[in-house]
Design a protein around this ligand. Structure first.
Ligand SMILES: [Fe+2]
Ligand SMILES: [Fe+2]
Length: 171
């Protein structure tokens, strides 16, 4: 799938998130507390350092861009619903970690599956909608905002995207 360069930083995050989702699913499948616990802790750290900010950037920068072109967009509603569901699962996970309570493998399995489904949805539906409805100028501005936010948030390692090339004709 050819992605507009302005969305590369977020797509790169998706790659990292899929790796994390897979770790959750694999640990859940073992049903072994010795595997479930470190996977849960690893995911909680990834959420704190990266994924939480990624969700916020999509909500603050990407969705408003789509909303200007398509205020009643199903993609916006679905993205927000899925974000809420994943945040709810992460809150449950963090609560158990904080209380040092037993972690059910089913919670990790649900989180891994929800995250995987969410990324598939964004790559196959949300991002194509943004690419088809936003102008090159809007996409370039969105990329600048993303880069600014990310350098401020210290997410540089995922933001090494090439600058959008308006003349490439890749839409
Ligand atoms: Fe998202
Ligand atoms: Fe995303």
């Amino acid at each position: 799938m050819k992605r507009h360069p302005s969305l590369h930083p977020l797509s790169r995050d998706h790659h990292h998130a899929l790796v994390q989702a897979r770790k959750l699913s694999l640990a859940a499948a073992t049903n072994d507390p010795g595997q479930v616990q470190p996977a849960a802790e690893g995911f909680a750290a990834f959420w704190e350092s990266d994924l939480q900010a990624h969700f916020a950037q999509e909500e603050r920068i990407v969705l408003p861009l789509l909303a200007r072109a398509a205020p009643d967009s199903d993609e916006i509603r679905e993205t927000l619903n899925q974000h809420a569901e994943i945040r709810r699962l992460v809150a449950g996970l963090n609560d158990k970690l904080a209380r040092r309570a037993a972690l059910e493998a089913s919670l990790l399995a649900a989180l891994g599956e929800s995250l995987r489904r969410h990324i598939r949805f964004e790559e196959s539906e949300l991002f194509p909608a943004v690419e088809s409805l936003a102008t090159e100028e809007e996409l370039a501005r969105m990329n600048e905002e993303l880069e600014t936010e990310r350098s401020r948030a210290g997410q540089a390692r995922c933001a090494l995207a090439p600058k959008p090339q308006a003349t490439e004709g890749s839409r």
